[in-house]
Structure formats: C-alpha cells, structure tokens
Design a protein around this ligand. Structure first.
Ligand code: TYM
Length: 339
C-alpha cells in the first residue's frame, strides 16, 4: 500500500469538538499522538462530522473546532511533522462513510456499546440515524489514510474491531483495497474516570462541575476539582481494580499516566503518605501539564492566521491521500468513472 513521508507507516486519530477537551482526552489520546509523531506519518483530525451525531449549536461547533485544533498543537503536535485537519473539509470522509454504511450489517451497528449507551435513555424518534452509523464514518476516517495504527483510549476499541471487520469484508468482496489497522492504547491512562464518580469514564459532555478536568481549566480550578475528588475510607494508597477503591485508583492512574513511573515505585513513594498528599501531588503534576499547554494555546490563538494556515495545509495533504483511496474503493465497488 502506498505510504508517504519516507515510507513511514501511517497513524490516524481524531477527537470530537463536542465539548471541552479533558485530561482524559490528553492522557488517552493526545499524549500518545505526540509520542509517535516522529516514528510515524501522522494524521490528526478534528472530527466535526461525528460531533453532529448529537445536536450542536453552529457557532459553538465552529469555535470548538478551532479550539480543538489549537489544543492539538498546544499539546505538542508539530504541524511541521504531523498533518492536522478538519474532517468536514475532506468530502471523501462522507463519501466513503456512505459506501461503508451500505456494507455494515445492522446487527453489528446495533450491538455497539456507545450506540446502546447514548440511546438508552432517549425516545427512538429523537435519535438521529447518524448515531447508529457513527462507526462506519469512523471506519472511513481510518481506512481512507491506510492507517496502520490508531492511538485511542480503550473506549474506542470496539469501534476499531468494527473497522477491521468492515475492511476485511470489503477487501474480501471487492479485492485488496484497505490496510488493516491496529489499535494502540496507552499503557496507563487508557480510561480516566470521573473525579466525582470514579466508576464512570471522564467525559467532556458530563454536566456536573466536579466531574472532569478540562485542558483549558484555570490551574487553580483544576486543583480544586482534584481536592474534591471522591476517595474512600480505606486510608491505603495502592492501585486496585476494586470498585470501592476506584477513586484512589483513578488518582494514581492520572499520576502514573503523567509521570510515566512504574506502579511499584509510585506505590512505594506514597506508602507513608495520606490521601491529602496524594491529591496535592496529583494536582501538582496536572498543573505542570496544563500550564505550558495553556500558555502555548494562548499564543496560538493570538497569532492571526496561523491556525487557519495549518488547517489549510492539512486539508491539502489529507485530501490528496483520502481522494486516492476513495477513488480506488469506488472503482473496486463498480462505480462508473466520470469521463
Ligand atoms: P472522543 O472525542 O470521545 O475522544 C477522543 C479520544 O480521547 C479518548 N478518551 C479518553 N481516554 C482516556 N480516558 C478518558 N476518560 C477518555 N475520554 C476520551 C478516546 O478514547 C479518544 O481516543 N470516536 C472517537 C473519535 C473518532 C476517531 C476517529 C478516533 C472519530 N474518528 C478515527 C480515532 C480514529 C471519539 O468519540 O472520541
């Protein structure tokens, strides 16, 4: 399969601009994106087509799309090395998504955990069909770039399985067209939990004030949220799968994902300390992560035209590759080429 950028294997990933990006998005996705960008030919997308599977206010969506792209750069994605682009700027995403939607068995789509979760409490008539077809669009994002690796948090693993199954089905029916992608989860931080409810994944769309640390939260505010995080009455600082200890486990996981220290040495470090110390040290390393990111973000937003020029270059680079794959898929499926 054709590879650009000195034959480096490709990486593709994306984040929905559907709210404020969280420390979960950073530790589950962005931190890995930065780590692989020299080794791979990386494409990082702001997935606005996915965001509209639930209603978004137009001005807000536009603002969040730019904000997300700026956060990618502020987190360490170098636009000189990686390609940053907006999903809706490349029509091939929607076009391939339609082809894949036609091939995706309804049963597979209905069994997706995210679809079941997001629709559980809603009336059938208020759910847009985009929510059901969401995984076909995500498969299109990945397959268009012949990506070999997809760095994501572990909530996306089922979508990756779906993408592989669909690619296999297409290749089997219509001949070798798509590269088979593999999922890449971080060693620590693949699932950061809510500070207020450590048995539920930290999410950008959760309403509660003490649930998530947002990447653009004022550092003092982030510290306060960590100070209020739910813990337990065991008075013991160690990693644990036990639901009763999920709050401490989550704080330790955030610490581990930021510092990259092994679990044993983290437990040894906290062995003679209390929950207050743990919270303070987690708050310190979160603050050390947020402060430089926010400073860079402010600079970027003040630099008129810079972000737009990055997205323009990204659109051109991504568009070329996506168009070539789409054309091949269209040919293989039997569409008459325009003369
Ligand atoms: P989204 O926008 O929900 O999340 C973006 C990325 O952040 C990760 N993530 C987390 N990781 C750890 N702990 C958490 N609490 C946490 N919350 C979110 C997600 O796993 C994800 O990696 N469907 C995707 C977006 C998408 C995509 C793609 C991803 C669209 N097309 C193609 C990869 C490749 C989503 O909703 O992510």
């Amino acid at each position: 399969m054709a590879k650009a950028n000195g034959n480096k294997p490709r990486v593709l990933s994306g984040i929905q601009p559907s709210g404020n990006l969280t420390i979960g998005n950073y530790l589950g996705a962005l931190k890995q994106w930065v780590a692989v960008q020299r080794e791979y030919d990386c494409f990082y997308c702001v997935v606005d087509l996915h965001a509209i599977t639930v209603a978004q206010a137009p001005a807000e969506l536009r603002r969040k799309t730019r904000e997300s792209a700026a956060i990618y750069i502020a987190a360490g994605i170098d636009p000189e090395i990686s390609t940053i682009f907006v999903q809706s700027h490349i029509p091939a995403h929607s076009e391939l998504a339609w082809i894949l939607t036609c091939m995706a068995p309804l049963g597979w789509l209905q069994r997706m955990t995210q679809f079941k979760d997001k629709t559980a409490k809603q009336m059938q008539d208020s759910i847009g069909a985009g929510l059901l077809n969401y995984p076909s669009l995500m498969a299109a994002d990945i397959l268009l770039y012949q990506a070999e690796l997809v760095p994501v948090g572990d909530d996306q693993n089922q979508h990756l399985e779906f993408t592989r199954d669909l690619a296999q089905r297409f290749n089997h029916l219509y001949g070798e067209t798509f590269t088979m992608p593999s999922v890449m989860n971080p060693q620590a931080g693949a699932r950061i939990m809510g500070l207020d409810r450590p048995t539920a994944k930290m999410s950008k769309s959760e309403e509660s004030d003490n649930h998530a640390i947002f990447l653009l939260d004022d550092v003092g505010r982030a510290r306060k949220k960590i100070g209020r995080a739910v813990t337990d009455s065991f008075r013991e600082i160690r990693f644990s799968e036990d639901k009763e200890r999920a709050g401490i486990n989550n704080l330790l996981t955030i610490y581990q994902a930021i510092t990259d220290e092994p679990r044993a040495s983290i437990e040894a470090h906290f062995s003679d300390k209390g929950y207050g110390d743990l919270k303070r040290e987690v708050a310190d390393c979160v603050a050390d992560t947020l402060a430089p990111l926010q400073a860079r973000y402010q600079e970027l937003m003040e630099e008129a035209g810079y972000l737009d020029s990055v997205l323009k270059i990204g659109r051109e680079k991504a568009g070329e590759i996506a168009e070539a794959t789409l054309k091949k898929a269209q040919e293989n499926i039997g569409f008459l080429a325009p003369s």
